[in-house]
Ligand binder design. Structure first.
Ligand code: GAL
Length: 364
């Protein structure tokens, strides 16, 4: 796609999408946003669209990759921004890992390996936010894998965090955490495993407060938890967190995942999928006047989606383009060949009452 004439100038949902080096884009379960930063190569201040997502080029397990763009159509690969780790030794022998994890103790390196082990770690749904106070780029993701007591690939059920001074990394993995727990006076839908965090997303409100939105209680209940000022951990640790101030639980037992939150004209929207693994299912969105407000079930935003499968996609992000239009980003997973999972981006429409509508487009 290096020739001017080969440039994309439209979206073709579900079609193969290649980067400017003609490689298939690998940024699944991702997020798109526009940021202004200093380009490390030229020293110039630039404004770029940034797409972060899962690199599934070698199947279920991979690192986190980024792309940059001026027009949302043509994407330049910025490479793997957080690498998974081939072996414990690599953290001490490989130049890249030695420089990224310089200063880490043996114990910290053990944790990096356990959390990012290329052979066993699940690294999904990465989302990045910029922290203006610390001038750091903070990457959160679904960090999963086996534990000391379970061989299941999704036993850890944690949220992982990594940081960088530059949008395109390298991101240094900090830690992975279980998050808030159901208060004693509410009905925990999965009391045997506390603080689980799987499918996740981030949202920064107009006042700069950051939130992590995630499936907990064995994916039966969504949680929204407030992040600290640095966006690197919760505002209050789970043992001291106060319900309604530090976190809320949403729709206990409804089993929603793949959450994506955005704000429009003072209303907050949360779009979600059901829980059917890589298979698509019917979307449902909720609306509220505040992040920690009452979220109303608004149903399925899709129009003309005969199969009730969100046009064969699962939500991952909704963002606003430079014309003020909202764009839905969905993944069309291919469970037989995850690397060939496709991206389905669709324009979001709103009725006068602020109801969200999603309609299929072959090309737009
Ligand atoms: C989905 C989830 C994906 C991935 C998949 C694995 O429910 O949204 O991110 O974890 O399950 O089966």
């Amino acid at each position: 796609m290096s020739l001017e004439t080969d440039k994309y100038n439209f979206f073709k949902p579900g079609e193969q999408w290649r980067d400017t080096d003609n490689n298939i884009i690998q940024a699944h379960g991702g997020q798109v946003q526009q940021l202004i930063f200093t380009d490390s190569k030229t020293g110039n201040t630039v404004k770029k669209w940034i797409w972060v997502g899962e690199d599934k080029s070698s199947g279920a397990r991979g690192g986190i990759r980024m792309y940059s763009s001026d027009d949302l159509h043509n994407w330049n690969s910025e490479g793997i921004v957080m690498r998974n780790v081939p072996s414990r030794e690599a953290l001490e022998n490989d130049e890249y890992f030695k420089s990224v994890y310089a200063g880490y103790s043996e114990e910290q390196l053990d944790n990096v390996f356990r959390s990012l082990d290329a052979g066993s770690a699940i690294i999904e749904r990465p989302k990045m936010i910029y922290n203006e106070k610390t001038r750091q780029y903070i990457l959160w993701f679904h960090a999963d894998g086996p534990t000391d007591t379970s061989n299941s690939s999704y036993a850890a059920a944690c949220a992982g965090v990594a940081v960088s001074d530059y949008p395109f990394g390298p991101y240094r993995f900090v830690d992975r955490y279980r998050l808030n727990v159901c208060p004693d006076n509410q009905k925990d839908m999965h009391p045997s495993s506390k603080g689980m965090a799987r499918d996740m997303n981030l949202f920064v409100d107009k006042d700069g407060t950051g939130y992590i939105i995630y499936s907990s209680e064995e994916n039966l209940t969504l949680y929204i938890s407030k992040l600290n000022e640095e966006y690197t951990y919760l505002e209050t640790s789970p043992d001291k967190a106060v319900y309604g101030r530090d976190f809320i639980r949403l729709f206990p037992g409804a089993q929603r995942e793949a959450p994506a939150v955005f704000e429009r004209e003072g209303k907050y929207y949360l779009i979600s999928s059901g829980c059917t693994g890589w298979e698509p299912n019917q979307a449902r969105y909720y609306r509220s006047d505040a992040v920690f407000g009452d979220w109303e079930n608004m149903g399925d935003p899709c129009v003309g989606d005969m199969k009730h499968t969100t046009f064969d996609t699962q939500s991952t992000c909704v963002f606003k383009d430079s014309t003020g239009r909202y764009i839905y980003m969905g993944d069309r997973w291919n469970s037989k060949n995850l690397s060939d999972s496709r991206y389905v981006w669709l324009p979001v429409k709103f009725t006068q009452d602020g109801n969200m509508l999603l309609e299929w487009q072959d090309k737009w």
